[in-house]
Design a protein. Structure first.
Lengths: 249, 296
């Protein structure tokens, strides 16, 4: 079976620095794949490259077996089949929560306005924010904003959901409410590629964990193996630092 | 309120201060703040009186003052020239309204044209850039002469020759260049992550411009736009150089008729009166947007 996402030899440079130096990775349907690694190891860059928000320097991104990183391929059409949730939420501040969620269905997928509104209400209910439909983002807490951002991403019914360190900008007591929703999504069978620092969470929901180091996937496998008994020294060092910081529950 | 009334009238009931009431400490501080505020008001008032008195005295004691008072501040001339100046001002106001609408539309169009990507749009982009360079550089007075006297000289069919119309067109052309730059600054101030979010949802460039970037940009540049509007309020008077009988031209005619400069002072006061409300609105909008940006 063709994986939903396959990344082959992905290279991304910023000036002289090769942030990604030949990343290989694949995500099968209904799978949750987690990318871990130190800050600055290129996790976010990888996700942005997959979502075609960055131009890649070498390699391929295949969505359902089609090379969408080919400049001849319609990038917008590929982007319509993916959705990304950003670390900094990136909600549209001049729109209410419901308008944020209904925007893409309405203008991109040409869903009639009332149907789009209904879908937005359903999704906001799903993330526990039905009573905040009319609120503007600056009236919401960080956790609430991120839940709206998740609803906005789900509104386009993506084939692949990308989660870019979605809890990193949240206060510790707000992390739980966001992770609970992702857990439900994972159980409902949505295909997810995520970058995270929440190792405990990664262990629970992931089918595969990839450790990104030096611009490459140094180690990949089931979470128990990568997080429990890693093969590489670098992985062990990284996990030791994470444990020392109290982030591996 | 009622309780405080009872205590005030000296009823025997001695109630301990309730949580909703201010503690003695806070009350004492409040009283102190109030006394400071009273003191500040008093100082401000007396300093203003002294300052105004000094300026007035300086003016009145200058050797030419009686002459100046007669030539610039003649109440009788002011009153008799008021109707024709007001009539001229009405033309200024009409020009102002039409010009402002034209400026906002043209300015926004040029700003958006300058953000277009893609090789097809190179000529459009170049044209918009050249337009801004040209009309931002040329002095308004020269633009008025060139368009106001040059265009009618072409004797083209259907081209207006009315000086007020040509003056309005010139104001639109010149001011749009400024306003386009204000809009462009607003567009560029919207964080790239907003555009990334729009793009990741599959919105096209035009959709993300119209639905995501522009609404935020326009809100942000509202204070500088209002500032340009205040500047335009005065510059509408420049159409008088083309011969349109606006407030300034009317004042000039009255001044020539009465051999007195008071009509100019009247016209100036009317322009100031016109600018004050806009200035206050601009201040309020700026304060509001500053508050918003502080809170988010």
């Amino acid at each position: 079976m063709t994986p939903v996402l396959e990344v082959r030899g992905l290279v991304k440079r910023y000036g002289a620095a090769r942030v990604l130096d030949g990343v290989d990775l694949s995500v099968d349907e209904h799978q949750v794949v987690t990318v871990i690694g130190a800050s600055g190891s290129g996790k976010s860059t990888l996700l942005r490259c997959v979502d075609l928000l960055e131009e890649i320097d070498d390699g391929q991104v295949l969505l359902d077996g089609v090379d969408v990183s080919d400049p001849r391929c319609d990038a917008a059409a590929a982007q319509r089949r993916m959705a990304i949730v950003f670390q900094a939420f990136n909600l549209f501040p001049h729109m209410t929560a419901a308008q944020n969620v209904a925007l893409a269905p309405r203008v991109v997928h040409r869903v009639p306005a009332d149907e789009a509104d209904e879908r937005a209400q359903d999704l906001l209910r799903r993330v526990g924010l039905e009573s905040f439909a009319g609120a503007y983002p600056d009236r919401l807490s960080g956790g609430q904003q991120q839940r709206v951002a998740i609803a906005r991403a789900l509104a386009v019914q993506p084939r692949l959901l990308l989660l870019d360190e979605i809890t990193s900008a949240l206060d510790p007591e707000l992390v739980g409410e966001v992770l609970m929703i992702i857990r439900q999504l994972a159980e409902s069978g949505i295909t997810i590629l995520m970058a995270t620092h929440e190792m405990g969470f990664a262990k629970q929901v992931s089918d595969r964990v990839c450790f990104l180091d030096g611009g490459r996937v140094l180690e990949a496998g089931p979470p128990g193996q990568v997080l429990g008994s890693p093969v590489h020294d670098r992985t062990r060092q990284f996990l030791a630092r994470v444990i020392a910081a109290g982030r591996l529950a | 309120m009622a309780r405080r009334g009872r205590v005030g009238t000296g009823t025997a009931v001695t109630e301990p201060p309730v949580a909703t009431e201010l503690s003695p400490l806070a009350r004492e501080r409040l009283a102190y703040r109030r006394s400071r505020a009273r003191r500040s008001a008093l100082v401000a008032f007396s300093s203003t009186v002294v300052f105004a008195g000094a300026v007035g005295l300086g003016l009145a004691s200058s050797p030419g003052w009686p002459r100046v008072r007669g030539t610039f501040f003649d109440v009788h001339v002011a009153w008799s020239s008021l109707p024709s100046i007001l009539e001229g001002l009405w033309l200024n106001i009409r020009v102002l309204v039409v010009a402002e609408i034209g400026i906002l539309v043209l300015g926004l169009v040029i700003a958006v044209l300058r953000t277009l990507r893609g090789p097809v749009f190179l000529p459009v982009r170049a044209l918009a850039t050249g337009y801004v360079d040209l009309f931002r550089g040329v002095p308004l007075l020269i633009a008025l002469y060139l368009i106001g006297f040059g265009v009618p000289a072409l004797r083209l069919q259907g081209v207006p020759t009315d000086t007020a119309v040509l003056g309005t067109a010139t104001l639109i052309l010149v001011y749009s260049a400024y306003v386009a730059e204000v809009f462009r600054a607003g567009i560029e101030s919207v964080h790239p992550s907003q555009r990334a979010a729009a793009r990741s949802l599959g919105l096209t460039h035009r959709q993300s411009m119209r639905l995501v970037v522009l609404p935020q940009a326009v809100r942000r540049v509202l204070p500088p736009l209002l500032n340009d509007f205040v500047a335009l309020q005065k510059d509408v008077g420049l159409i008088s150089v083309l011969g349109a009988v606006d407030a300034i031209r009317a004042a000039q005619i009255e001044a020539a008729r009465t051999f007195n400069f008071t009509p100019y002072v009247v016209a100036a006061l009317l322009f100031v009166l016109l600018a004050i409300p806009t200035g206050r609105v601009a201040d309020a909008v700026a304060a509001r947007s500053a508050r918003r940006q502080g809170s988010s």
